[in-house]
Design a protein around this ligand. Structure first.
Ligand SMILES: [Cu+2]
Length: 226
């Protein structure tokens, strides 16, 4: 349902390609806190940790189970986000028992975003594990992980990295694809319908939005006679 005719798009296919590249090759999101397994977003669509895995040299951050900060910088202005944790140093494989650490949110605006009240079951205290952030974004599922040591209590002073950019907001939401990763239901207590849409339908929907934006940009540029 793009507000631009197909002919306009095909006529300016070259311009379309030129404009599409910067949209594809962007930074997705960068986990800032807790310290991520790795700093690059280059392979961020690779599950479960954006192309990184635990090693002996992985940074370890204390994480307060009764409330701590998870901060990232995001290039997408409209994403759904799942926060979850698992004991141990592996984030993939069968039989992993993930615990959701915050209700699914819809985060708006691009830039820094911090959720300062991420909580973990008290049974994690004294253990080490992986905190995973998954964004369902316009270009698909994106993954970032941090290796953490779970400690009791609440974060006494939020890190400087915990900040929100201008106009960056969030609200509680739901997302069938993300909920499916947790077995189809949210653990926040709110009733959620069982997931009926596959993860790929979200990607296709997203892709058509990108296509529309590019097409609209092309139309605008040519209407202005540039
Ligand atoms: Cu992206």
């Amino acid at each position: 349902m793009c507000p631009v005719s197909i002919q306009t798009v095909t006529m300016h296919a070259k311009s379309l390609l030129l404009l599409a590249f910067p949209l594809v090759a962007h930074a997705h999101f960068i986990l800032r806190y807790p310290t991520p397994l790795g700093p690059s977003a280059a392979n961020q669509e690779t599950a479960p940790c954006g192309g990184y895995s635990f090693s002996e040299s992985s940074p370890v951050t204390n994480f307060y189970v009764d409330g701590d900060a998870v901060a990232y910088s995001s290039s997408h202005p409209d994403v759904h986000v799942l926060y979850r944790v698992v004991e141990g140093n592996k984030a993939d494989g069968n039989g992993l028992k993930w615990d959701q650490a915050f209700p699914i949110i819809n985060q708006f605006g691009s830039g820094d975003f911090c959720e300062p009240h991420v909580t973990v079951p008290k049974s994690y205290v004294g253990k080490q594990g992986i905190l995973q952030v998954i964004q369902n974004a316009v270009d698909g599922m994106l993954y970032g992980c941090a290796y953490v040591k779970f400690v009791s209590g609440k974060q006494p002073s939020l890190p400087d990295l915990c900040k929100n950019g201008t106009g960056v907001t969030a609200e509680l939401s739901s997302d069938a694809s993300l909920q499916a990763l947790m077995g189809g239901t949210e653990t926040s207590g709110t009733s959620a319908p069982s997931p009926t849409s596959s993860p790929s339908s979200a990607s296709f929907h997203g892709f058509s939005i990108v296509t529309c934006i590019v097409a609209a940009t092309v139309a605008l540029v040519f209407n202005m006679g540039l």
